[in-house]
Design a protein around this ligand. Sequence first.
Ligand code: PBG
Length: 326
Amino acid sequence: MDLTDRPRRLRTDGVRPLVSETDLDASDLVAPVFVDATTDERVPIESMPGHERVPVDQAAARVAEVRETGVEAVIVFGIPESKDDVGTRAYAEDGVVQRAVRDVAAETDAYVITDVCLCEYTDHGHCGVVEEDAAEDPTLTVKNDETLDLLRKTAVSHVEAGADMVAPSSMTDGMVGAIREGLDDSGLAEAPIMSYAAKYESAFYGPFRDAADGAPAFGDRRHYQMDPANAREALREARLDAEQGADVLMVKPALPYLDVVSSLRREFDRPIAAYNVSGEYAMLHAAADRGWLDLEEVAYESLLSVKRAGAELIVTYFAEDLADRL
Ligand code: PBG
């Protein structure tokens, strides 16, 4: 045996931590929080074990629980009391997210991000204003430019309520620019935008759509979310968002799209986020329930792989559970 190069030399317990290339820390994680204006008690989300929809008056308490685990940031989603064709409750001053964020900002020291989209607020469940007859004709879809103004109003109302950062997720062309302009015109130039730059039309969102009651009433989202077949197109999306002023570029989902995370990491000089989505969470839980996987180990390994691929921050339903171990 003439082995001069023996990688095993660097795998002893003593040296492994010194040569480890990637760290996962609680400060990298963002915990999703669901606030529901239609309930006055906490409602467990069946397909996302350990997660609940909380009433508005418990939003601050819920975020305080997250903070206790060591996780510093949350992303807030709202389930409104009513829906209509233009998502009016998304940008109402007394909307569910606006009320919740006001309390959370006043009562906790969490860093508060809000998801900016219309799908939870429209009665048809699409992420913007839809064309007339869209329900009958599957070739019709969201009216892009008419939607921009509503997204702008939504983002401004979130930051006025106390959100630290907004995260537009509707995949509307021009959304980042419209929101940046709206914030700047309202004296909110300091608020950063984390854009869901490469958001794929993914079947991994299933459990979330139950959680947030946001499944489209007809059709699907393939006319605005990205085709899972495309990776180069993610660079184009990210470039457009960066040009329009996105401060952080997000890829979603995470695990099936690690190639996209790493190519965005190489191509851009701004922080990259990845969203470890509801289906990624549910699938590990389902296997662990059957005794087939060790939940904590696979959750840790999954998130570590997202960091290794190049993400600085990860939105994940595992945030609270893993923070302890980290
Ligand atoms: C809103 C939004 C969705 C998710 C985050 N923001 C749903 C969707 O696009 O259908 C999915 C999150 C998850 O699955 O965990 N547009």
